[in-house]
Design a protein around this ligand. Sequence first.
Ligand SMILES: [Cu+2]
Length: 193
Amino acid sequence: MCNLTIFPTIENTAGIISLAGALLVYMVVIFLLITASKEEDKTSAKHKVYKVRSRYFWGLTIFLIIILFVSLQFLPYPHTGPKVDQVITVVGSQWVWKLAPGVSHENPKNFTGGNELSLPVNKNIEFIVTSSDVNHGFGIYNSQGVLLTQTQAMPGYENDLQYEFKEKGDYKILCMEYCGAAHAFMEATIHIY
Ligand SMILES: [Cu+2]
């Protein structure tokens, strides 16, 4: 699951900007500490730091407000990232998982799908996950019982989860959110070929 490739997503860009900002503050503090003369008392050094910090705070606030207004016009943000090879609709219900290939326009309550599915190895699979009743947790486990990926199955919402199975074999889907009496028996199987 460890993927070091950096995609230019909004999250990554925001992360890089925050990191750069934090480094900038750090550098300013180091600079002030180095340039402060020895005679200068601690209070005046502290004042200098506070001044820089408050300027930085207001600068950052204005910058973020501008970015907010500039970026809002691009909503809804287009889907970025690797290409999807296959789409699977998943509906969680008390107490079964139903899976079927393709995008479903059906009301989740009428959705028909099985609790077993075969999918190809090394393909980017997109799971569109929802629920027909209460919240469920859609978790995919390998044969050793290790959780590989998960998302919530919520009534009235569709959560997208993309995952590429790297090994052939059987994977289990279990419910990760307590949803009633038979919660522990809510499972499905994905065969990767
Ligand atoms: Cu459950």
